[in-house]
Design a binder for this molecule. Structure first.
Ligand code: NDP
Length: 299
């Protein structure tokens, strides 16, 4: 076909090239919690797809690993803004917004990804966890999202931008008796997402959410588990079909790709205030499915 067309139009074959414009070219993204895991993967994918990216986290060493990963992938330094900050502090949030505007001028996309199930230092789980753990958990998984949304809103109104929040399958409707506060925070985040989506769409800002199941990241080590222990847990869950039916723990890019989809107005413009679940089937399994009725009858 090309040969025929180029002959008809008298175009020399060598002079035609098909360059695909990166889909986030000219867009600026802030991704909280990008010094590790899902946020790191999203930062890499956004940057490779043409975006200006602000990466951030508290751990300077891990944040530098993210920066190096992105630079090594061929992205220019001029597309990257790396900020060591605690997203639960007002100063940290202000630093994120100001440094992004100083370097890139605008903000088009906010990904509220930073989050954790904050462990009780006394090893307590469930109902008896201290109220101080509740406060810290809510501050990181909910309040920081609320504050970042408020601070970035004027700039997203200007660009008709997008917000993508990161929740979790622990938000329900199943119970999460071991990490009650974390599950409560994520459930609240989901209602916050729906409500802000309707409030902000009048300004042209879209808000959506991704809901991961088990994903192999630094999540378990952040809960105080040694690396080897975390690996063992991910392997165990993957080997038990009643835990992860697809038989493998999620990779950060499984979730990062959904974040990019929800941030891409060309692909997802009609999705408002929704959540996309990616959990390898985990939440479809009921406890009773773990047992074989025939075995019960035979016993
Ligand atoms: P990681 O522990 O790998 O990454 C968490 C990121 O959040 C890190 O970059 C960490 O950076 C950052 N972070 C934590 N606390 C703060 C803080 N106070 N200030 C700034 N940054 C902070 O975990 P994931 O990638 O798995 O987690 C990403 C999101 O996915 C979270 O919201 C989590 O709740 C959610 N999720 C994860 C699941 C999983 O199985 N992995 C399942 C469901 C949801 P630093 O330590 O440098 O501050």
């Amino acid at each position: 076909y090309f040969f025929i067309f180029s002959s008809v139009l008298s175009i020399p074959r060598t002079s035609v090239s098909f360059e695909v414009m990166p889909r986030f070219s000219g867009k600026t993204v802030i991704i909280t919690g990008s010094s590790n895991g899902i946020g790191r993967s999203a930062a890499l994918l956004f940057a490779q797809d043409g975006a200006n990216v602000t990466i951030t986290g508290r751990n300077a060493e891990r944040l530098e690993e993210t920066r190096q990963l992105i630079l090594k992938s061929g992205v220019s330094e001029s597309h990257l803004n790396s900020v060591v900050a605690d997203v639960t502090t007002s100063d940290g949030q202000d630093k994120l917004v100001k440094s992004t505007l100083d370097k890139f001028g605008k903000i088009h996309i906010l990904v509220n990804n930073a989050g954790a199930a904050i462990p009780d230092p006394n090893g307590i789980f469930g109902t008896d966890q201290g109220v101080n753990i509740y406060h810290k958990t809510m501050q990181l998984n909910l309040q920081a999202v609320i504050e970042m949304t408020q601070k970035v809103k004027p700039y997203l109104m200007d660009t008709k931008g997008e917000i993508v929040n990161v929740s979790s399958i622990v938000a329900g409707p199943q119970a999460s008796p071991k990490s009650i506060y974390y599950a409560t925070a994520k459930a609240a985040l989901e209602q916050y997402t729906r409500s802000t989506a309707i409030d902000l769409i009048q300004h042209g800002i879209r808000v959506n959410l991704v809901r991961p199941g088990i994903v192999e990241t630094g999540f378990m080590t952040a809960m105080g588990m040694p690396d080897q222990g975390a690996k063992k847990c991910y392997n165990f869950l993957a080997e038990h079909k009643e835990c992860i039916p697809v038989g493998v723990a999620g990779k950060p890019e499984d979730i990062a790709n959904i974040i990019l989809f929800l941030a891409d107005r060309n692909l997802s413009s009609y999705i408002i205030g929704q959540s996309i679940l990616a959990d390898g089937g985990s939440t479809l399994v009921m406890g009773m499915h773990a047992h074989n009725m025939m075995d019960i009858l035979r016993s």
